[in-house]
Design a protein around this ligand. Structure first.
Ligand SMILES: [Zn+2]
Length: 380
């Protein structure tokens, strides 16, 4: 019994070392599980995904399970850094490396890609064949524009002309939409879409946002599409900005929303009844968009968020008498054109929104921001 305790102590020592102190797959701090066939330390969450791959990975708790000397020795020899040098040797620049907070399908497929399919060890052509396939085709379930029904649609991604097209039928000649890589953004939205493999694809159409909500039953298919889109976006950005380095372009591939959620909103005179709307705030394009429901194809309105020196500001609103509304945690957003009053359901939401608005207001304007501002204000 004594020797087993000693082995747990050795593992607890090993897991403190740089490299081992973060989960090998999602970067979560203080992992307390380990795959003894791969020689890596992982968090509880990722250990659950390793359990689904018994032919390549077997996991144990470093605190609670019994460890044989030979397994501990292997953990000491291998460890997270050495495993990374093998299994992540050739991860392409465009490939999305999931973090702790990312959705399950992204983490699960990252683990499968690394250890089950060995996509990045250099022993096969997987990356070239799958993510750089031109064209990349997949059949997805897509939500109807004006209803809740999901129907099968054929999506074709092309690196040649930097577009994503979709077709109603296999033999359709004319695409239903041709989306340029310039405006395309894809993010996983499992909760919003109500499917663990749900992806939101956003682009601009006549200066308005167009959202497509899609999913595929197979996690590998949807994550492959997501990374193929990232590969195509990176190629596009490289071509558009030949002087910029990949390190500057990679953060631009995918645009994450700073904050999303319901707030109540009144009209321009502030005497209109408050209505519940779904809001999204993005720091990259400095746009606050609002929708009737989270799965709307197009926004009802858009507000550009500039900087303080351009007369944009945000503050807590003291107004308590709210016509038609049910919520009482107010926010006042001042723009050069108009004052907006929003109501949040809870104080925490109000604080989160205030923080998100302040973050965008504090961010310096880029030349592209000035162009977006002019476009949005002209559109009003
Ligand atoms: Zn993890």
């Amino acid at each position: 019994m004594a020797s087993l305790d000693r082995n747990n102590k050795i593992l607890l020592d090993l897991v403190q070392q740089p490299g081992n102190n973060l989960c090998a797959d999602c970067g979560a701090p203080e992992p307390d599980w380990a795959s003894y066939t791969l020689g890596i330390f992982v968090c509880l969450n990722c250990s659950g995904m390793h359990r689904n791959l018994p032919s390549v990975s077997k996991v144990k708790s470093i605190r609670l399970d019994l460890w044989e000397d030979s397994l501990v020795e292997f953990m000491r020899e291998r460890g997270n850094s050495a495993a990374k040098a093998i299994f992540e040797k050739y991860v392409p620049a465009f490939f999305y490396r999931p973090q702790q907070t990312d959705c399950v399908v992204l983490k699960d497929q990252w683990i499968r890609a690394k250890y089950e399919r060995r996509e990045f060890t250099g022993e096969n052509n997987y990356v070239q064949q799958v993510y750089n396939a031109d064209p990349f085709e997949s059949t997805l379930w897509k939500k109807g524009k004006d209803n809740k029904q999901f129907l099968k649609r054929i999506f074709v991604l092309s690196q040649k002309d930097f577009t994503l097209k979709y077709f109603i039928k296999e033999d359709s000649k004319v695409p239903k939409a041709v989306i340029s890589m310039n405006d395309l953004n894809a993010v996983f939205q499992p909760e919003k879409i109500g499917h663990s493999q749900g992806l939101q694809i956003t682009y601009l159409h006549d200066e308005r946002t167009r959202n497509l909500f899609v999913y595929h039953e197979n996690g590998q298919v949807i994550v492959s599409l997501f990374n193929a889109i990232r590969a195509t976006r990176l190629l596009y950005l490289q071509k558009k900005n030949p002087t910029l380095r990949d390190d500057d372009l990679i953060p631009q591939i995918t645009r994450h929303c700073l904050k999303e959620g319901y707030m109540e909103k009144t009209g321009p005179t502030q005497r209109e009844p408050f209505k519940k709307r779904w809001f999204t705030l993005c720091s990259r394009n400095r746009k606050l968009l609002y929708y009737k429901t989270p799965l709307d194809a197009t926004e009802l309105g858009a507000v550009f968020i500039g900087t303080e020196s351009h007369s944009y500001s945000v503050s807590e609103s003291s107004s308590k008498s709210v016509r038609g509304g049910r919520w009482h945690c107010g926010i006042t957003l001042q723009t050069p054109d108009r004052q907006f009053v929003f109501m949040c359901e809870q104080e925490q939401e109000q604080r989160d929104w205030l923080e998100a608005f302040r973050k965008v207001i504090a961010q310096p304007m880029t030349p592209q921001d000035y162009a977006n501002e002019a476009n949005l204000r002209r559109g009003k």
